[in-house]
Ligand binder design. Structure first.
Ligand code: NAP
Length: 327
């Protein structure tokens, strides 16, 4: 069983590795609902109990799927979901450019926050959400207003703790002044280390956990992605497009060799490296396959010496990857 850690200074104890359910919507290749439920069950079995979803994943379908999987196992699951990316065409929002050739429509207005909460509770079929994030900060709504409305949900007993996703250090500080923030979700992996500069020190000062999204670099660091199907969402990611995928594979080959030397898989080494960055880091790898859940869970048992960590840091140094990225 994966060890539990405190999510934020005053937060609940959750598995140091969580499970990211987004891949179950076919963004990185087809997925099947029956298999998906089995995969989430395996995550709960091994103690990856923070199950991460969002209302926008599969336009609501991912929350329904997670709700199905945790029915009867509610006490074991720590349910984390997000709101704020508008996926219902009847709703309004502010365009947020992603730098990936498309914009997201974001709504953090209090009236939308309340509506989104009730919809998520219904889809998940739960009375209370363990961790509720604003998926992106709405550029047109002061963050204090968004978080103020989220705090009402805590007072009403519908949400246990609050989070922000893709927020800056300054936004986190402002939000935390309105209501304690337990966790901030941000991309963090061996090929995305921007969080280390300003965000992570601020989170540490405030006692907030960092939940690392795409901890395997959307699969890249597992060394199994050699090409992408035309419909694969990662086609939008400059790190995978054109010549960059092949070039990045070359650049990360020395890291892959370290995994082979240690007798672990590259995915396990990438996750173990993240877990060694601090007790306050919670990676949430996604996979459609139950056997990979087990493989990834074993990363929590890997001990990396300071010498090995130094070597990995040198081989996969910040800035090594080619291609600009989101946020
Ligand atoms: N807050 C945000 O804005 C945001 C953005 C993106 C993601 N997220 C969250 O972060 C979670 C994880 O991110 P992600 O799914 O983008 O990326 P990820 O976890 O870095 O990588 C997932 C990919 O890695 C592959 N994989 C997983 N374990 C593997 C293993 N042991 N060996 C080989 N391949 C393996 C999976 O393929 P298979 O399915 O074939 O195993 C999948 O394609 C998401 O589910 C979501 O909950 C949040």
């Amino acid at each position: 069983m994966i060890e539990k850690r405190k999510l934020g200074t005053n937060g609940p104890d959750v598995g140091s590795l969580g499970y990211g359910a987004m891949v179950l919507e076919g963004y990185y290749g087809g997925s099947d609902d029956e298999q998906a439920v089995g995969t989430i069950h395996r995550a709960l079995d091994v103690g990856m109990n923070m199950i991460d979803t969002a209302d926008a994943y599969g336009n609501g379908h991912n929350e329904i799927l997670v709700g199905r999987a945790i029915a009867g196992r509610r006490q074991q699951a720590f349910v984390a979901t997000k709101f704020g990316i508008v996926f219902d065409e009847r709703e309004t929002g502010t365009e947020l450019p992603t730098g990936w050739g498309f914009s997201l429509k974001i709504n953090g207005r209090p009236s939308y926050v309340r509506k989104a909460l009730d919809s998520s509770l219904k889809r998940l079929a739960v009375d209370v959400i363990d961790l509720w994030y604003a998926h992106f900060v709405d550029p047109a709504t002061p963050i204090e207003e968004t978080v103020g409305a989220m705090a009402e949900a805590v007072r009403a007993g519908k949400v246990r703790s609050l989070g922000l996703s893709n927020a800056s250090a300054e936004q986190v500080r402002r939000a935390h002044g309105v209501h304690p923030i337990a966790a901030v979700q941000f991309e963090y992996s061996l090929w995305r280390r921007e969080a280390e500069a300003e965000l992570l020190p601020t989170l540490r000062e405030l006692g907030i956990a960092l939940v690392g999204w795409s901890p395997l670099g959307s699969g890249f660091l597992a060394d199994t992605v050699t090409s992408l199907d035309p419909g694969d969402f990662r086609q939008n990611n400059p790190r995978f497009s054109g010549q960059n995928l092949a070039s990045n594979r070359d650049r990360f080959r020395p890291f892959i060799r370290v995994a082979k030397e240690l007798g672990v898989t590259p995915a396990q080494l990438a996750l173990a490296w993240l877990l060694h960055q601090g007790q306050d880091i919670f990676p949430i790898p996604g996979t459609r396959r139950a056997e990979r859940v087990e493989e990834n869970a074993k990363a929590a048992d890997i001990h990396l010496t300071p010498e090995l960590l130094k070597r990995i840091n040198e081989l996969a140094r910040p800035g090594l990857a080619e291609g600009a990225t989101l946020v």
